[in-house]
Design a protein around this ligand. Sequence first.
Ligand code: ZN
Length: 133
Amino acid sequence: MKHCPNPECGGIAKFNIISEFNDSAAACSDCGGRLIQGPAPRLEDRIRESSAAPEPDLELVPVFIAQNEPELLVVESVLKQGGIPYLAKGELIQDLFGFGQMVVVNPVTGPVEIHVRMDDAETARELLAESLE
Ligand SMILES: [Zn+2]
């Protein structure tokens, strides 16, 4: 079996599949292009592959560990004022809060790790250092 490797092949537009041919065929009957050996890849797979520009994973880095609620509240207000989205991760609140959402924990039952995007980490650390001195 052969198939037409031409991505602009008229057969794709016509039939919505990549044309397949017998081994005896030499050229694509739709576009006249040279055929290559092997069954045609499924068009959906091809589309998925070519448009698969995976979003880079959001890289979060820890910038601070709040040991208690007052500290956590300071951190939150500092980051909010700085326009820095953050994620608070604590033993009991992990995964309960979406990125950038206000965390209200009462009482805080353990250290809460504050994560921000890697791009914001430096700014966040500076802001926090100033505010928590
Ligand atoms: Zn063709």
